[in-house]
Write a protein that binds this ligand. Structure first.
Ligand code: GLN
Length: 291
């Protein structure tokens, strides 16, 4: 590879390298721009202004090799974006998905008018849901839980970097357990638990197989965590409180059924940006509470 080239040439070259490694053309062109803006230390939107800059291709080569080997671009660049927030990305946690943004938008819409809501984010991972909710709902207090100490450390770093640490409490533990131990109750509980059936893990794309399996493995039918959440969130919700669960795109009916069995009412099924069913908003069976 030539040592140094202009941005436009480098863009073509990187796109070609990624495409020949099997990455779809549109995605490769987008990732080439992300590699280049990271290398130049500029925002993606500023890249056209940098067209005459020289790119040190030798410095980029190790990063490109990692990407070709299947590592997610976010881990290589050490950052990602969720709901317009720049987050630190590291292999301790799943990278936040664009599809999850549809759920968080629904949660923001729901809770916007509420006065000082307490919101729990179970399986917070790197903190994406809790961080976005704290950012867009400045009147809310967040309680974020994960079983992984490494994921929580990342979530804390993200909160500090975004100046949100003062409104998010982090707890290490198994689902609701650390919150129940403190007798806390919530107007809204959100969760993106692991939901891939165990037998399907080996067929996931290479990028996903670089992500922590503990964040993906949902047990034999992918529903293990929904069975537990349907039961354990009941006592943790305030009267009339809401539960918002992300799930796999073929799990809406099964997750809704598990929730109904525990006395929840299904308020709506939420579609992701690709139009697939991606989440369920359920209301606690007990009456009263906020709308
Ligand atoms: N949406 C993730 C994927 O793309 C799975 C996340 C999860 O299991 N919660 O594989």
């Amino acid at each position: 590879m030539i040592a140094s080239m202009r941005v436009s040439e480098a863009k073509t070259k990187i796109t070609a390298v990624l495409t020949s490694a099997g990455i779809a053309a549109e995605e490769a062109a987008f990732e080439a721009r992300l590699f280049l803006s990271a290398q130049l230390g500029c925002a993606l939107s500023e890249l056209p202004l940098q067209h005459a800059a020289e790119i040190d291709m030798a410095a980029l080569a190790p990063q490109l090799r990692r990407r070709i080997a299947g590592e997610p671009l976010q881990y290589i660049l050490g950052e990602t974006e969720f709901m317009g927030l720049r987050l630190i990305s590291a292999p301790a946690a799943l990278n936040p998905r664009g599809d999850s943004e549809a759920l968080i938008e629904a949660a923001i819409e729901l809770a916007r008018g509420w006065d000082a809501p307490r919101i729990a984010d179970i399986c917070t991972g790197g903190g994406a849901f809790a961080l976005a909710l704290a950012h867009y709902l400045p009147q809310a207090r967040l309680y974020a839980v994960d079983i992984s100490a490494q994921a929580l450390a990342l979530a804390r770093d993200n909160a500090a970097a975004l100046g949100l640490g003062g409104r998010i409490d982090f707890y290490q533990g198994d689902l609701l357990e650390p919150l129940a131990a403190r007798g806390l109750r919530f107007e809204l509980i959100v969760a993106n638990p692991p939901y891939i059936p165990t037998a399907e893990l080996e067929y996931l794309p290479p990028e996903v197989r670089h992500e922590p399996v503990i964040a993906l493995d949902g047990g034999a039918d992918g529903l293990d965590f929904y069975r537990r959440l349907a039961q354990e969130t009941r006592a943790a919700l305030a009267d009339g409180g809401y539960l918002l669960l992300e799930h796999g795109c073929s799990q809406a009916a099964a997750v809704s059924e598990l929730l109904r069995e525990q006395g929840f009412g299904i308020a709506r099924v939420i579609n992701d940006w690709g139009g697939r069913e991606r989440g369920v908003l359920a209301k606690s069976g007990r009456s009263g509470g906020r709308e």
